[in-house]
Design a protein around this ligand. Structure first.
Ligand SMILES: CC(C)(COP(=O)(O)OP(=O)(O)OC[C@H]1O[C@@H](n2cnc3c(N)ncnc32)[C@H](O)[C@@H]1OP(=O)(O)O)[C@@H](O)C(=O)NCCC(=O)NCCS
Length: 195
């Protein structure tokens, strides 16, 4: 049976690993800049996910377990409204298109990352996590869900379309070392009003 619950600090490594999968390798690329001594980029991600503050904190993550084993994770939160991007040049180049797209869905409940461990895919984990996100957004009286998907990640895009997300606008991916795709980042929105 799949169970969804709040993530725990001790799960920061799994969360960081899954964040990197969901972020198409951008997190690992950014974590490389924070490596100290013999640390790996995943060690840096784990430290960041274990903090209580910051976008990638475990406190924003919900995990899905099967037989008490963590099989997937979603990290989501409400975007500010209004969403001012400020000075874009202060962001690493690779994340600028993502910030610009995020800013076009102010006040929405934003799914920053969702991923399922490789051996547990195709068993409804992501669907279960997305249903949990919807419940949380509705409970907070938020009437729109948003997310960003790569145009060259058709499996994920199809999943979102199946549950009612619609593409709104897109911007080209800025290439980075380890980049999985060229193509575009697509902002998708799901209207919860009347749904
Ligand atoms: C995308 C991802 C989260 C889906 O997770 P999952 O737990 O396997 O998804 P589910 O089992 O809940 O599948 C939900 C539906 O999407 C379909 N689906 C999921 N991944 C698919 C893929 N790669 N190709 C085709 N269909 C896919 C399933 O067939 C299922 O359809 P159905 O409910 O009509 O049968 C998972 O493939 C993953 O972690 N990918 C790497 C990270 C990633 O790309 N995250 C999204 C970034 S935006």
């Amino acid at each position: 049976m799949l169970i969804v619950r709040d993530a725990e600090e001790a799960e920061a490594r799994d969360i960081a690993y899954l964040l990197n999968l969901a972020g198409e390798g951008i997190p690992e690329y950014l974590w490389r800049g924070g490596v100290k001594g013999k640390e790996s980029p995943l060690d840096v991600g784990t430290r960041r996910a274990a903090r209580e503050e910051g976008v990638f904190s475990y406190t924003r993550a919900r995990v899905c377990t099967a037989d008490n084993r963590l099989v997937g994770m979603v990290l989501s939160y409400r975007q500010p409204d209004p969403y001012g991007v400020g000075d874009l040049s202060e962001y690493p180049e690779v994340v600028r298109p993502l910030v610009e797209l995020e800013a076009q869905a102010p006040g929405s409940w934003y799914i920053n990352a969702i991923a399922t461990f490789e051996g547990h895919r195709g068993k409804g984990v992501a669907r279960t996590l997305l249903a949990d996100v919807e419940d949380r957004a509705r409970a907070k009286l938020c009437d729109r869900l948003s997310l960003i998907v790569a145009s060259e990640n058709p499996g994920a895009k199809r999943l979102y379309e199946h549950i009612g997300f619609k593409p709104v606008t897109s911007l080209p991916v800025v290439p980075y070392p380890g980049c999985l795709h060229a193509g575009d980042w697509i902002l998708m929105i799901r209207d919860l009003q009347g749904a």
